[in-house]
Design a protein around this ligand. Structure first.
Ligand SMILES: C[S@@+](CC[C@H](N)C(=O)[O-])C[C@H]1O[C@@H](n2cnc3c(N)ncnc32)[C@H](O)[C@@H]1O
Ligand SMILES: [Zn+2]
Length: 437
């Protein structure tokens, strides 16, 4: 076999581009690994499989067969052009213009794997792919699906765990891994859900909160207004953003000088940013002064930087008509201004204060000092000296609660059992009492 590989000579880039877009087009029908755990830089599976296969095959490998094995069973580029034309002309191309399922859904057959073995001259799974920075696992996942062996890891421990759960356990244990995962998830929810009661304000049926957007706040040293800091107030492409309404109270120095927020739909209606290059700008019309960056840092270091909720992102279930005239459910993203009941910060803070001493004592929250270094010195200038300062109170309360529940599941007699304060060494941490992978 020549040592020149297919990827050095040829790769169907345009077809892979279109298939990669198809793979991600529907946010509710992504490849299953996306739903196990979010990973920010996960590559499309079709492109990953193509890269792996083309790196293993010799340069003169059968290209038609290659396209078949990566799941491209038609001409996605030509179809894309037809769809673009049809959009302009209004032509109805029917429910399946591509004529085949999205490429990543195709699992290589035994015959495909046999072809790979004979084309490379090596029996499977002896050939292996090494991916030392595998992140969300697309490359080892597709390596294993091709019947070859993968060696993968990542610097980030979260990614390393995702790799175990996404690739190692499922391929090693098959459906037993899924059953364990489901049993653990059910048990986690059973134990944790009551503990989250009241942490998030209730929402109507058919609405799911995607995120609460908070701005850090400081007090204007010239007028005592509470200034929410953000470089801009954009929320989404197309003009969706926030307009601030500063309430002036009885003028500079008086009480009640705060901002409320509205969602607007054009760029011109959005308020200008209140911080640029570290300096703030007071949004109150009777002040409007520039607030020096050093003043912001001083307030932060003195523990006087606060936070204010300025928008809530949600998903709403709506029914839409399909081309075939039927109704289908769809989740639509939306933004709304905060309501008074959204801000239960005082209650959350009180619940957190009650828990923190125990959580810190048993190392359930990251109370270590942030070390100096590239990027890590910056938060300290704003008074964030421990890793846990990077979380909002509600985030910390929820994460701490989750870790507490996980600990209880690992060590059935309580979060502390098996842990010593000084050594923080787990004993029996892998002794899962109900199920194990
Ligand atoms: C672009 S992402 C990989 C994406 C991955 N191919 C996927 O599809 O999910 C790059 C990864 O490299 C990891 N990384 C960076 N430096 C590393 C190092 N020195 N050793 C191991 N992993 C590293 C990062 O943690 C990150 O997960
Ligand atoms: Zn001011």
């Amino acid at each position: 076999m020549t040592d020149i590989r297919l990827i050095e000579r040829w790769l169907p880039i345009a077809a892979l581009g279109e298939e990669s877009i198809r793979e991600r087009r529907s946010m509710t029908a992504l490849p299953p690994i996306y739903y196990l755990h979010v990973w920010w830089a996960r590559r499309p599976l079709v492109a990953s499989r193509a890269a792996v296969l083309a790196s293993l095959l010799p340069a003169d490998a059968d290209r038609e067969r290659f396209l078949h094995v990566i799941g491209i069973h038609g001409d996605p580029v030509a179809t894309r052009s037809r769809i673009d034309v049809a959009k302009r002309t209004g032509e109805n191309l029917g429910p399946d213009p591509y004529g085949y399922k999205r490429a990543f859904t195709y699992a290589p057959s035994g015959e495909d794997k046999g072809w790979l073995a004979s084309a490379t001259g090596r029996p499977l799974p002896t050939i292996s792919v090494l991916d030392p920075s595998a992140g969300g696992g697309s490359i080892p996942m597709e390596t294993e699906r091709l019947g070859t062996a993968s060696l993968a890891n990542d610097l980030n421990p979260v990614a390393a765990l995702i790799l175990m759960a996404t690739v190692d356990w499922p391929f090693r244990h098959g459906y037993a891994a899924l059953e364990s995962f489901q049993a653990l998830s059910r048990e986690f929810i059973r134990r944790a859900e009551p503990k989250y009661e009241g942490v998030f304000p209730p929402e109507p049926d058919g609405v799911q909160i995607v995120g609460y957007l908070w701005a850090r706040t400081i007090t204007c040293p010239y007028c005592d207004g509470l200034v929410p800091l953000s470089p801009n107030w954009r929320l989404a492409p197309g003009g969706t953003g926030v307009r601030l309404t500063p309430h002036l109270g009885d003028g500079p120095g008086s009480e009640g000088r705060t901002c409320t927020f509205d969602i607007v739909n054009s760029l011109t209606d959005q308020s200008p940013g209140t911080v640029a290059r570290g300096d703030g700008t007071c949004p109150f019309s009777d002040c409007g002064r520039v607030i020096d960056g050093d003043v912001i840092k001083e307030q932060a270091q003195a523990g006087r930087m606060g936070e204010q909720l300025y928008a809530v992102v949600y998903k709403e279930r709506v029914e839409v008509g399909t081309k075939t005239g039927r109704l289908r459910e769809k989740w639509v993203r939306g933004y709304r201004a905060p309501r008074p009941e959204d801000d239960n910060g005082a209650e959350v803070r009180a619940r957190l204060d009650e828990k923190l001493p125990e959580w810190e004592a048993f190392d359930l929250v990251p109370s270590e000092r942030i070390p100096d270094g590239n990027k890590t010195t910056e938060p300290q200038r704003y008074g964030m000296n421990q890793w846990l300062d990077l979380f909002s109170p509600r985030q910390l309360l929820c994460h701490g609660t989750s870790v507490e529940v996980f600990r209880q599941m690992l060590v059935p007699t309580g979060p502390q059992a098996g842990w010593t304060r000084a050594g923080r060494r787990p004993t029996g941490i892998w002794r899962s009492h109900s199920t194990s992978c």
